[in-house]
Design a protein around this ligand. Structure first.
Ligand code: NAD
Length: 305
């Protein structure tokens, strides 16, 4: 099989390419990335062809998708604060870019699995988040991911394009970038803790997240492609383990072997208070995936930084 990974030089993309090249069923892996937040170096030691370009380039998409059996779609501007700074750019990359890809897949009859986001649940308070709950995006980022997801499902229903939309929750692990204003919480905490600097917590720290190790996400994506798993409804990609940021900080301090200092700042606009997935659909579709436990994933992440 030949597989195209959009956003393949990014954090989840590069970890996914690593998983794909280890699978005997996969013959060739191509990464398409505009390197806006990804790094060519993430793929340096892998037998992956990196095409530097944008999913907004429709001619390039047609050319690449003609030659592959499946697409793993991860390319996006993946950040709430960046979407507040430039909502139109977020919509273009996340929603319009997905539509262009779907059009190319429709013409070629190609399978596509795409990253949606738990942020689509937004202000819906009910826990755990079941996929049939209402969606109430609280940021342009979340709205753009919801629009993309809706198109992925609509192309399945309207045109029979074999698709799967996975709602990623908080993914963490090696190669997650840090050292910029938009860093995700685990790399930001690990980086500060290792430098002996205070950890910045937006709000009181009691907010919770359902963290998934990136190796688990890569396994699900590779299985999806190999077994051509489709769904007419969205599927959460997380295992229902709710952890508060303060608990996470405690685990980090234990791993690092010394206490860490915490600095609280005001809560951020668009941030969700509680998050926990209902994983019934996921485990039914991917019964063979054994998620990496948080303590093990954190240890591997700290080792990497
Ligand atoms: P990332 O920034 O590391 O990866 C995104 C990649 O897409 C980058 O390599 C970037 O250069 C590339 N890209 C951006 N715009 C592009 C364009 N127009 N054309 C081609 N490439 C482009 O972020 P990530 O965390 O690896 O996110 C991957 C996907 O997972 C995204 O779709 C994101 O919305 C989704 N997601 C991630 C999380 C998480 O916790 N990391 C949670 C929910 C959803």
């Amino acid at each position: 099989m030949r597989v195209l990974v959009t956003g393949g030089a990014g954090f989840i993309g590069a970890n996914t390419c690593r998983e794909l090249v280890d699978r005997p069923e996969i013959g060739q892996v191509i990464a398409l990335d505009d390197l806006s937040t990804g790094f060519a170096a993430n793929l340096d030691d892998l037998p992956v062809r990196l095409v530097t370009g944008s999913i907004l380039d429709r001619a390039l998409l047609a050319e690449l998708i003609d030659g592959v059996d499946a697409v793993i779609h991860l390319a996006a501007r993946p950040s709430v604060p960046r979407s507040l700074a430039d909502p139109v750019a977020s919509h273009e990359a996340n929603a319009t870019g997905t539509l262009y890809l779907l059009e190319a897949c429709r013409r070629a009859g190609t399978y596509l699995v795409a990253a949606s986001s738990s942020s689509v649940y937004g202000s819906v308070a009910e826990l755990p988040k079941h996929e049939d709950l209402a969606t109430r995006p609280m940021s342009p980022y979340a709205a753009s991911k919801l629009a993309a997801e809706a198109q992925v499902l609509a192309y399945h229903s309207a045109f029979g394009v074999p698709t799967l939309a996975l709602r990623f929750f908080n993914v963490y692990g090696p190669m997650q970038s840090v050292g910029h204003a938009y860093a995700a919480v685990i790399p930001a905490f690990v980086d500060a803790a290792l430098r002996g600097e205070p950890l910045t917590v937006h709000g009181d720290g009691a907010q919770s997240r359902d963290f998934t190790y990136v190796g688990t996400v890569a396994q699900v994506l590779a299985d999806a492609v190999v077994h051509r798993i489709t769904s007419t409804v969205p599927v959460n990609l997380a295992y229902g383990n709710r952890v508060s940021l303060l608990t996470l900080i405690g685990k980090l301090a234990t791993l690092i072997g010394h206490p860490v200092e915490v600095e609280h700042t005001p809560a951020r606009i668009g941030d969700v208070r509680e998050s926990q997935a209902d994983s019934t659909r996921l485990t039914a579709l991917f019964p063979e995936v054994r998620p990496v436990p948080l303590d093990d994933g954190l240890a591997q992440t700290v080792r990497w930084y």
